[in-house]
Write a protein that binds this ligand. Structure first.
Ligand code: ATP
Ligand code: MG
Length: 656
């Protein structure tokens, strides 16, 4: 039943083995794979004890008797904030910089672990003063400033689950998330700097909690010094509250399964889900993967994850993973093109960043702007690059390695989800020979597979659906307040398997490739085509920086491929000057046919200036499908910029 599974179209043969030098110093080894294969639970127990400090050791590794809700490290007690801050100070590393903060206007602040310790304790005491108790939820609506990290860790210290909402979301989105989590306190700021100017946050909080609300108090960080409306008794300045708070806070240890946070998924495919994570298992997997996948050496590395704190990547790979290791990080407030398109590279050179973790959307934006921007800076400090959030097209991978990595750095393409808590699949940078565009292998201790409709493992060289066969420590423990939706969404499709919602394939060497969302799969003349491979074929054309592909109803073929492409800067000027738009479209259609076959040839290609994306940079294909099928456009509340859809629709009606 080959047609029922996803077609396997794209072939990629290039490989990049790690250098002997890199392999010799790498934290991740083949031995980890071997150990985990022998005894998965024993392996995780060892990692939990190696990476974390437990106040009370655990008695049981995994309890799956309440499946699909797992319990990891039962009987164990710990405090996440103590693991991310206090113990590093106690170990004599208080002087180590935790955060090199770079504000968008150019202000900088270095915060050591000792300073972080002081801030987190004071913030915890300030929250207690406002009535926050263990188990209460606290919503965070903040820019990318150090206080966001302090606030998260202060909540963790109290065992008060945080619910971070992207600073770019509307008052409505904030209101619904506050209501869903029944937050008692909101921590926000007057504003943050974005695109060269202050962008207000407090007004959205005011709007989100007027009328009926569970929120009793609002803590406000002063960042932009803009004027804010003030409700006495409800609103409090963060700096005043921390100053007034007692400097010391005695932490309590919580059960390994104590809730750590709620975080809503990015809403690429539908209504966001409030994903619940707990403490011991989550923190174990975050610390382990920061160490072996990102290869963080806390004594020497300067690590930079460009994600926003409001996305799971910011939770796991700015706060919990790197900080559990005691790493030194860069934190940058603004956009990559403010005040110029070389801003990131200037920061890398200035702070001597060694490890950079970012998203394909950012890499493709840099490709679009042109390599002269990174080329103008000394990027030789970089020794490892990472990617997360979407499949990275092989050509974008090659560009990333050549232009940013100087043809020398390994790249880790990490597949995971809000739901999985931490990295699930990735090459280990000192072990795995990298294959551009592929996330390659389940990391040690993780049990992934690609299965067909019936749940049978597919052979190498075929496509299907990505699943996890065994529970893992960082897995979600449910959807906040909706156990049924949790079971239905992830566990109903296959008996006993976690269904990730992503299409995937194994190549002939057994490497894992993510092919995009199952919701986005197209059916063209009986062939099930994934979005990713056709997009990658388009991006492999030298004039294309980014592409999004959707299936639109077609009288002849059932569905037809419709592509939206963004051109590289050089190509845009050419197309304009020579009026060669139609020619270019024909060229691109033929290019797809040549790269992966005539079946995938787009019926229509539209050149656009922007694509609809979530705040975490993921393309929202469901909205493009609405456009391609000339429907009313669906829910746009999680779009980074909702005017993008108007632009695209206008472009279409004027002939594209
Ligand atoms: P929603 O579930 O509400 O639609 P979302 O899935 O976009 O939101 P996230 O949890 O942030 O929210 O995204 C996880 C998804 O991102 C994965 O299921 C996968 O589709 C994609 N993804 C993440 N990393 C990779 C990667 N390295 N390669 C391919 N796809 C990736
Ligand atoms: Mg998802």
């Amino acid at each position: 039943m080959a047609e029922e599974n996803l077609s396997n179209l794209l072939q990629e043969e290039r490989t990049f083995p790690p250098s002997a030098e890199f392999a010799a110093q790498a934290n991740g080894t083949q031995e980890l794979f071997d150990k985990a294969a022998e005894d998965r639970e024993g392996f995780w127990a060892e990692q939990a004890r190696k990476y974390l400090t437990w106040e009370t050791d655990f008695e049981q590794v995994l309890d799956w008797s309440q499946a699909p809700v797992a319990s990891w490290f039962g009987g164990g007690r710990l405090n996440a904030a103590v693991n991310c801050v206090d113990r590093h100070v106690e170990a004599g590393n208080g002087d180590r910089v935790a955060l090199h903060f770079v504000g968008e206007p150019g202000d900088t602040r270095d915060i050591t672990y000792a300073e972080m310790h002081d801030q987190v304790q004071r913030a915890a005491n300030a929250l207690v003063e406002l009535g926050v108790k263990t188990g209460d939820r606290v919503a965070l609506y903040l820019p990318m400033i150090p206080e966001a990290v302090v606030a998260m860790l202060a909540c963790a210290r109290l065992g008060a689950p945080h619910s971070v909402v992207f600073g770019g979301f509307s008052a409505d989105a904030l209101r619904s998330r506050i209501a869903d989590g029944e937050a008692k306190v909101v921590i926000t700021a007057d504003g943050g700097y974005r695109r060269g100017k202050p962008s207000a946050l407090k007004p959205a909080v005011d709007a989100a909690i007027t009328g009926e609300s569970t929120v009793e108090h609002v803590l406000v960080v002063k960042r932009t010094d803009s004027e804010v409306e003030w409700t006495d008794g409800r609103d409090h300045w963060w700096h005043e509250a921390l100053e007034a708070a007692a400097p010391e806070h005695t932490p309590e240890a919580f059960d390994s399964e104590h809730p750590l946070f709620i975080l809503y998924t990015s809403g690429t495919t539908g209504k966001p889900k409030g994903i619940l994570h707990t403490t011991g298992g989550y923190l174990t997997q975050c610390a382990f993967t920061s160490h072996v996948v990102h290869d963080v050496h806390p004594e020497t590395d300067v690590y930079w994850c460009t994600a926003d704190i409001g996305w799971v990547t910011g939770h796991s790979y700015i706060v919990y993973g790197p900080m559990a290791l005691g790493a030194t990080q860069v934190m940058y407030e603004g956009t990559p093109d403010t005040p110029h398109q070389g801003r990131w590279w200037e920061i890398v050179a200035d702070k001597k960043v060694t490890i950079l973790y970012t998203a394909p959307t950012a890499i493709r934006a840099c490709m679009k702007w042109g390599e002269e921007f990174p080329n103008a800076h000394d990027l030789s400090s970089l020794r490892l690059l990472g990617s997360v959030g979407e499949p990275i097209n092989p050509e974008a991978w090659m560009w990333y390695r050549r232009v940013i990595g100087g043809d020398r750095t390994p790249i880790v393409d990490t597949w995971w989800q809000t739901e999985t808590g931490a990295i699930m699949a990735s090459p280990l940078p000192g072990v795995t020979a990298a294959r551009p565009g592929s996330t390659q292998v389940a990391i040690p201790g993780i049990d992934l597979d690609v299965v067909d409709e019936a749940g049978n493992s597919v052979p190498d060289g075929s496509g299907g659906y990505l699943v996890a066969r065994s529970p893992w420590p960082g897995m979600l423990r449910g959807i906040w307040g909706d156990l049924e939706r949790y079971k239905e969404t992830y566990w109903a499709r296959y008996d006993g398997l976690y269904f990730a919602g992503d299409g995937a394939k194994k190549d002939t060497d057994g490497n894992l490739w993510v092919l995009g969302r199952v919701d986005d799969v197209m059916n063209v003349s009986g062939h099930r085509l994934s979005t990713t491979e056709i997009e990658s074929a388009l991006v492999s054309h030298h004039k294309v920086a980014e592409a999004a592909v959707v299936g639109a109803t077609d009288a002849m073929t059932g569905q037809a491929v419709v592509a939206f492409v963004i051109l590289r800067s050089e190509a845009v000027t050419e197309a304009d000057e020579e009026g060669e738009g139609a020619e270019l479209v024909a060229e691109l259609r033929n290019h797809v046919a040549k790269e992966i076959g005539p079946i995938a040839k787009p019926r229509q290609i539209l050149v656009v200036a922007e694509l609809p994306k979530t705040r975490s940079g993921k393309i929202m294909r469901r909205l493009l499908r609405d456009v391609a099928e000339k429907r009313e456009v669906g829910d746009v509340t999680t779009l980074a910029d909702s005017s993008v859809m108007d632009l695209i629709k206008t472009g279409l009606s004027s002939g594209g």
